[in-house]
Design a protein around this ligand. Structure first.
Ligand SMILES: *Cc1c(COP(=O)(O)O)cnc(C)c1O
Length: 390
C-alpha cells in the first residue's frame, strides 16, 4: 500500500529485499505479489502455468478464447452450474449445449456421450458444481473418443482431488475463483492454469499484459509470445498485487482449512442422514472432496413442503438454498432461468434432482458445536413439516 505499486506490472526494478549489487547483470525486477502467487498456485495444483485474473468468469472467458473458440461453436456444459458459466460461453459467441446431471450432482455420462456424439461441440466446460467431482477417467474417455477438449470450472473445488490428482489438472485448462464465497477469498478474483504453452501465452496476452508479459514468473518462453503479441485483443481482466498479497497466505494454509471443513461436513452428513427423507448422496471413494458446503435431496417432497421446510429453517436461523425455487434468488438460479441463451433444452433428469435439492454453506467460523446445533434445527424443521402438526 505504501509503495502504491498495486498494478501487477508495476514492480520495482530490483527486488525489494535484495541489495541492488546482487542482481547486477541479471536485470531481475522485484517479483511482485501476483507473480509469486501464480507460481505458488501452479505448484499447488500441479500445472506448469497459472494466470491470475479479475474473476473466475473472466478466467473461463479467457480460457475459451485462448483455446480458439469462435462465434457459433458448440460448447457442452453442465445443466447444473452457476450463471457465470453460460455467461462466459455467451461472451465468446459460443453456443451452450446443456447436459443433464445425475443424483450425485455431477454430469450425467450417458447424456454427455449422447450430446458429444450428436452435436458439433468441440469443447466441454465442466463445472465441479458445489464441489462434486465426476468420474474424471470416464469424462476424459468420452472427450477423447469424440475429439472434445476439456476445460474445468473448479470454482468450488480448489484443493479437491480425483484419485489424488487436483481438479484443474485434468483439462486443457482449469479455472478457479477467489471470490468471497470460495475456498480462498480476495473479494473478487480468479485464475486459470494450463500446461499448454500456446494457450498460456494467448491467455496472458488477452488478459491485458500491455506487452509486459516478460515480467511473469510463471510463463512460457518468450518465443511463445512473439508471433501472437500484436494479433490478440486485450480483454483487461488482470489481478492486482493487493488481492494476490491477501491470497498467498490463504493458499499456504488451505490444506489445514480443508481438514477443518471436512470435520464439519462429516458431522453434518452423519446428522442429516439420520433424518427420514433426507438423502445425502454417497461420494465416490476416488474423490478427495472439500466439504465447504453440503447438499441433500428431500425425497418425495412437494414444492409447498419444500417452501415450508426452508422457511422453518430460516426462522430458526439456518439458511438453506433450495434449487427448486420457481424464481432465481441469490446464487440459486436454474438453467430455465438463463433466458439469454439462444436455446434451452429440456433436462428432465436435472429438473427432478433440482426440484428438492437443498444446499448449505459450511463457513469455518462455525465450531463443531454450531454444526450440531444447525443439525438439530434441520431435524426439528423436518419433523415440523413431515411428521408434526398434521
Ligand atoms: C462462483 C462460480 C463461478 C465464477 O466465479 P466468479 O469468480 O464469481 O466469476 C463459476 N462457476 C461456479 C460453479 C461458481 O460457483
Amino acid at each position: 500500500m505504501q509503495t502504491g505499486r498495486l498494478h501487477r506490472y508495476n514492480v520495482a526494478p530490483t527486488p525489494l529485499h535484495e541489495p541492488a549489487e546482487s542482481t547486477v547483470g541479471r536485470a531481475r525486477a522485484e517479483a511482485g505479489e501476483v507473480g509469486l502467487f501464480e507460481q505458488e498456485f501452479a505448484r499447488y495444483v500441479g500445472r506448469k502455468y497459472a494466470l491470475a485474473c479479475a474473476s473466475c468468469g473472466s478466467a473461463m472467458q479467457l480460457a475459451l478464447k485462448s483455446v480458439g473458440v469462435r462465434a457459433g461453436d458448440g460448447i457442452l456444459c453442465s445443466g447444473f452450474t452457476l450463471t457465470p458459466v453460460p455467461g462466459a460461453i455467451e461472451r465468446t459467441g459460443g453456443l451452450a449445449i446443456l447436459v443433464e446431471i445425475n443424483e450425485r450432482y455431477t454430469v450425467d455420462l450417458a447424456d454427455l456421450e449422447r450430446k458429444a456424439r450428436s452435436s458439433a461441440a468441440r469443447w466441454l466446460l465442466l463445472s465441479h458444481m458445489r464441489g462434486h467431482v465426476a468420474d474424471m477417467e470416464a469424462v476424459a474417455a468420452i472427450c477423447q473418443a469424440n475429439d472434445i477438449g476439456l476445460i474445468e470450472d473448479c470454482a468450488h473445488t480448489l484443493g479437491a482431488t480425483w484419485r489424488g490428482r487436483h481438479t484443474g489438472s485434468f483439462g486443457r485448462v482449469g479455472c478457479f475463483s477467489t471470490q468471497t464465497y470460495k475456498h480462498i477469498n480476495s473479494g473478487e478474483g480468479g485464475l486459470l492454469v494450463t500446461d499448454d504453452e500456446d494457450i498460456a501465452a494467448r491467455a496472458i496476452l488477452q488478459s491485458g499484459s500491455y506487452m509486459l508479459y516478460e515480467r511473469h514468473l510463471c510463463r512460457p518462453p518468450l518465443s511463445a509470445f512473439e508471433t501472437l503479441r500484436d494479433r490478440l485483443p486485450n480483454y483487461s481482466c488482470r489481478m492486482d498485487h493487493l488481492r494476490a498479497a491477501i491470497l498467498r497466505p490463504q493458499l499456504q494454509r488451505l490444506d489445514a482449512q480443508i481438514t477443518r471443513w471436512n470435520e464439519r461436513y462429516q458431522l453434518l452428513e452423519r446428522r442429516l442422514r439420520s433424518i427420514p427423507r433426507l438423502h445425502v448422496p454417497e461420494r465416490a471413494c476416488a474423490e478427495g472432496y472439500v466439504g465447504s458446503s453440503i447438499q441433500f435431496n428431500v425425497e418425495d417432497a412437494t414444492d409447498r413442503e419444500m417452501t415450508r421446510f426452508v422457511a422453518v429453517n430460516r426462522a430458526l436461523g439456518v439458511e438453506l438454498k433450495w434449487f427448486g425455487r420457481p424464481e432465481s434468488v441469490g446464487f440459486t438460479s436454474r438453467y430455465p432461468h438463463w433466458q439469454f441463451l439462444p436455446w434451452i433444452p429440456k433436462l428432465p433428469q436435472t429438473d427432478a434432482v433440482l426440484a428438492t435439492l437443498c444446499d448449505m454453506r459450511i463457513p469455518l467460523t462455525f465450531a463443531l458445536e454450531d454444526c450440531e446445533h444447525i443439525a438439530d434445527v434441520v431435524v426439528y424443521a423436518a419433523q415440523e413439516v413431515w411428521e408434526g402438526c398434521g
